[in-house]
Design a protein around this ligand. Structure first.
Ligand SMILES: Cc1cc2nc3c(=O)[nH]c(=O)nc-3n(C[C@H](O)[C@H](O)[C@H](O)COP(=O)(O)O)c2cc1C
Length: 197
């Protein structure tokens, strides 16, 4: 159910209307749409153009990958994410492509790639819900993630559904007001703590 941000300043409708749903329709994502979503992730910026993001994805009702990814999520996340159309684990390479130089921007770049994916998805009418609630060690084992790569986030994608389809607690979270800290608390003028006027 749409739950648009109550912004202090006008922002792009894609940003305003994006949210992280837990209720999903029982509707697959067409493969051309999915390709465009991952294409957006592909064209994200990265330090030295290292492109150190890797997505291991599973499509619901198409082979064992979806269930395997679902099994590494926390039980609370499994409750709703099991109904998404796609689940993925985003892994970052912790070194640059040379395999030796540490890349301290890998999490930054992977997060940015996920943001690209999220907004292309939004433009396609597909919702994305990112998760930190998963077992990274289990993901490494279940998905054959090689050494030097770290699972950073789990990602559920699908068409947002009716919150009433969720168990009571999840349904309440789904319709709760969405809040953010004001800009004065995190946009500073020249030095830490002085709000930009
Ligand atoms: C890195 C990351 C980890 C998150 N982990 C979880 C999670 O494990 N379970 C969950 O239900 N939501 C999770 N979320 C979703 C956030 O709770 C959500 O983005 C936040 O409450 C703001 O809501 P909105 O995305 O609808 O604006 C996560 C989001 C991010 C970006």
């Amino acid at each position: 159910m749409p739950n648009p941000a109550k912004t202090d300043f006008e922002i792009h409708p894609l940003l305003k209307n994006r949210y992280s749903p837990r209720a999903f329709l029982d509707k697959p994502i067409e493969s051309a749409v999915l390709r465009r979503i991952f294409e957006a992730a592909r064209w994200s910026a990265s330090c030295r153009n290292d492109q150190e993001w890797f997505y291991v994805a599973g499509i619901r009702n198409q082979g064992p990958a979806f269930e395997r990814i679902c099994s590494v999520l926390t039980p609370k996340n499994q409750e709703w994410a099991a109904h998404a159309a796609i689940l993925a684990i985003l892994c970052g390479r912790v070194t640059f492509a040379d395999g030796t130089t540490p890349n301290k921007w890998h999490a930054y770049d992977c997060g940015q790639s996920a943001a690209h994916l999220t907004f292309q998805a939004a433009a396609e009418g597909v919702s994305v819900h990112q998760m930190g609630g998963f077992d990274a060690q289990k993901a490494i084992a279940e998905l054959s993630v090689p050494g030097g790569f770290l699972p950073l986030a789990a990602i559920a994608m699908g068409y947002a559904g009716d919150p009433a389809s969720l168990p009571e607690q999840l349904s309440k979270w789904e319709v709760a007001p969405r809040t953010r800290r004001p800009q004065a608390e995190f946009v500073f003028d020249g030095a830490w703590g002085k709000a930009l006027e």
